[in-house]
Ligand binder design. Structure first.
Ligand code: ZN
Length: 434
């Protein structure tokens, strides 16, 4: 069975697709050069003019944008249109200094929702379906993106948002939800809750679209079994638009990147050199249709590989394999982007030294994060402050910095084994990137 939302685009012969990309790229580079001063300056600094870009073969001449550039230009630096043309913002998780605010014109929103609609149809969605969206709504792109995609397909859309499992299950059974959209860990939680209550026979789900955090094939099998569905992966990032930058088809063999809107490249994260197809490196995206937040050559820090091998579904757009890790030290914990440096900043501010370890695990499909930090020798003598008080202060500091609950243990000086090379700060027991 072939499920396409826009068959003429999704199955476009590669030659035509690349011609379309080239035309759009040339136009977009000129647009960005004329409208985004900071990128204009970056191009001037690199000695590249819009007329040097004649097609996708010239893409490598353009400068990269990385997350620090976005941070430096917060909030309006990369805006490509007058603010009066924008109708929406979305934002990444993370705290001041790490947060990215993305802007959308109405046309940008239409593109994003169209991308999500392709994903919903690829998962078997039609106007007969009941699409149950329990990604978070609000600044996070998950809820609004899949909501919009589901509308475009004509599904009856349930904007459930995250949490409140009882209510999720009640709507799911009362309204006969057939497609579930959420994080894979929440899908696994729902699967367990259904099992505990013995209500599997009342569940009509047939498919799920799961993203916003890394997950393994083993987790996919568990979810498919517990919910009685086919589970599809979806990928995206707020900087580029949100979920739906790429999505899985029924072949479940990598995610098709929507190449009529986003040009992917794989680069060597150390040198920036573009790598040949099939090699693992850092994924970079160039937006060729967006106007309000039109990023060119944005470095995602996700490590993966691309393949143009023929896909059984008939789509011609390139597939990206599940990311194999990150080229920076960011972790996704409970759906939130966490950098060890943020945790370190909280510890140092409270008088600790950088002798700490971060232990991340996944217990019953829920992420846990624990920070163990050594007291300084001085703290050992400050007996008026108990370890419990110190722990409580750190928990509060981290909650305010990251927005999630972190378990904290204050331990004795020198309790953490010193390594001879680079300190091992993070122990991630989840093995997400097998
Ligand atoms: Zn396919």
């Amino acid at each position: 069975m072939k499920n396409y939302y826009q068959p003429e685009i999704e199955t476009m012969p590669l030659e035509d697709l690349q011609k379309l990309q080239s035309e759009r790229l040339v136009e977009q580079v000129k647009y960005v050069y004329d409208n985004v001063k900071v990128y204009h300056d970056m191009m001037d600094e690199k000695g590249v003019k819009p007329e040097d870009i004649k097609g996708i073969e010239d893409l490598h001449k353009l400068p990269f944008i990385n997350k620090d550039d976005l941070r430096d230009q917060y909030p309006y630096g990369f805006l490509g249109t007058p603010l009066s043309e924008c109708v929406r913002i979305q934002s990444t998780s993370g705290t001041t200094g790490r947060r990215v605010v993305a802007f959308y014109t109405q046309a940008d929103l239409d593109i994003w929702e169209e991308c999500c609609a392709r994903a919903v149809v690829a998962a078997g969605g039609t106007k007969e379906d009941v699409c149950h969206v329990c990604y978070g709504y609000g600044l996070f792109t998950g809820g609004p993106g899949l909501n919009g995609g589901s509308h475009k397909v004509g599904c009856l859309t349930l904007p459930m948002s995250a949490g409140n499992t009882e209510r999720q299950l009640q709507f799911m059974t009362d309204l006969g939800s057939t497609i579930l959209c959420c994080t894979p860990s929440y899908a696994a939680n729902l699967g367990e809750a259904i099992k505990e209550r013995g209500i599997k026979s009342q569940i009509k789900l047939k498919a799920g679209i799961f993203g916003a955090e890394p997950w393994t094939e083993e987790m996919r099998r568990n979810i498919e079994e517990s919910l009685g569905i086919k589970a599809y992966d979806i990928y995206g990032l707020t900087e580029i638009s949100g979920p739906g930058v790429s999505f899985e088809c029924e072949a479940q063999a990598g995610m098709h990147i929507q190449e009529d809107h986003f040009i992917p490249e794989i680069i060597n994260p150390e040198t920036g050199e573009v790598l040949p197809e099939g090699e693992v490196g850092e994924l970079v995206f160039t937006c060729i249709t967006k106007k309000a937040f039109p990023l060119l050559r944005y470095r995602t820090r996700d490590l993966c590989r691309l393949t143009r091998e023929k896909c059984a579904c008939g789509r011609t757009h390139v597939r990206m394999m599940k990311p194999k890790g990150r080229s920076d030290d960011m972790m996704v914990v409970k759906g939130v982007n966490v950098w060890p440096s943020q945790i370190e900043a909280v510890l140092l501010k409270q008088g600790f030294q950088a002798n700490y370890q971060i232990i991340v695990d996944r217990v019953n499909n829920n992420d846990t994060i624990e920070v163990r930090v050594e007291k300084t020798p001085e703290m050992v003598y400050e007996t008026q402050i108990s370890d419990e008080t110190r722990e409580k202060r750190i928990v509060e500091g981290l909650k305010s910095m990251l927005g999630i609950k972190v378990n904290v243990k204050v331990i004795e000086p020198k309790a953490i084994t010193r390594s001879e090379g680079k300190a091992v700060r993070v122990i991630d027991k989840r093995n997400l990137y097998q």
